[in-house]
Design a protein around this ligand. Structure first.
Ligand code: FES
Length: 291
């Protein structure tokens, strides 16, 4: 087990890890989660990585090679040859799997930033493979456009976005601050309570194999907070709408999302929402974490 950390200017997590963690320290971590994985492994994989976007892609490559029997093609773009993360490990893998792994390096210092047309010219050779994309936003946009134009269907096109946290997770005062809420006078509160009894919503589904059905979800409570308050092991990480670890699918009903930096239009059309940013909209909601 290992993690890869690339120091990012002003990054909260990467700088803390690089500056503080030493051999012998213990860190508490959430378990791996998400759907950017190599399942099923019995496929041919087209992996498209830019810079540090190689980190999840490398895991997929190794899993696919170890557990599957298909081809693995890695298109890997970097600024120059000294910025290639995992170059030794990739050489070793290529030597170990000469018939199954092909690594195509693209160096900006030599070839420039890859355009959609250039990407299409390479990727079209593998149009029946399952594609996985991870990298900086402009690189991902070009790669996803190339895949779209080559006719890759939704179910064979996967991508992972990484976004830095916007607020400082080490700032305890910030983290404990009460969310802003409009101030109401005692009179307003009393008359509001008299007019409208507390309203709650019903939500049902399954989390980690545990079925649930509750009807006391408050209108201003995030779905993730509600599920956790019921001792359900709903997945999450950033709690800020920036990582998609808490993603679920709406089976019936609807929610309102307050913030979303990760799900794109296709995800939303497929019914995916972020539990850490969802408040109730319909009277009843059925959700699934099985996708
Ligand atoms: S936990 Fe990160 S988006 Fe919800």
């Amino acid at each position: 087990m290992k993690i890869t950390v690339k120091r990012v200017r002003d990054g909260y997590g990467s700088n803390w890890l690089c500056d503080n963690v030493e051999v012998g320290h213990s860190l508490k971590a959430l378990p791996p989660s998400g759907v950017f994985t190599s399942r099923p492994t019995s496929r041919d994989f087209l992996l498209i990585a830019g810079g540090s976007g190689i980190t999840p892609v490398m895991s997929i490559a190794k899993s696919a090679l170890a557990a599957g029997d298909g081809d693995v093609v890695l298109f890997y773009a970097n600024r120059n040859d000294s910025s290639v993360i995992f170059s030794n490990e990739l050489n070793e893998l290529a030597a170990k799997y000469p018939d199954r792994l092909t690594v195509v390096h693209w160096l900006e210092s030599v070839q420039g930033i890859p355009t959609v047309t250039q990407l299409k010219n390479v990727l079209r050779l593998f149009s029946s493979y399952d594609a996985y994309v991870c990298g900086p936003a402009p690189f991902m946009a070009a790669a996803l456009t190339a895949l779209d134009q080559l006719g890759f269907p939704r179910e064979r096109k996967h991508h992972e976005r990484f976004i830095s946290l916007e607020s400082n997770p080490f700032d305890i005062e910030d983290a404990l601050a009460e969310p802003d809420s409009p101030e109401l006078s005692t009179e307003e509160i009393t008359s509001a309570a008299a007019q409208s009894p507390p309203r709650t919503f019903r939500v049902q589904g399954q989390v980690a194999g545990a079925p649930f059905d509750h009807d006391d979800w408050a209108p201003d409570q995030m779905l993730l907070d509600f599920l956790l308050s019921k001792k359900l092991s709903a997945p999450f990480s950033c709690r800020a709408g920036e990582c998609s670890s808490c993603m679920f699918r709406v089976v019936e009903g609807s929610v309102t999302m307050l913030h979303n930096d990760v799900l794109d239009d296709e995800d939303l059309d497929d019914g995916f929402r972020l539990a850490c940013q969802s408040v109730p909209e319909s009277e009843e909601l059925t959700i699934s974490y099985d996708f």
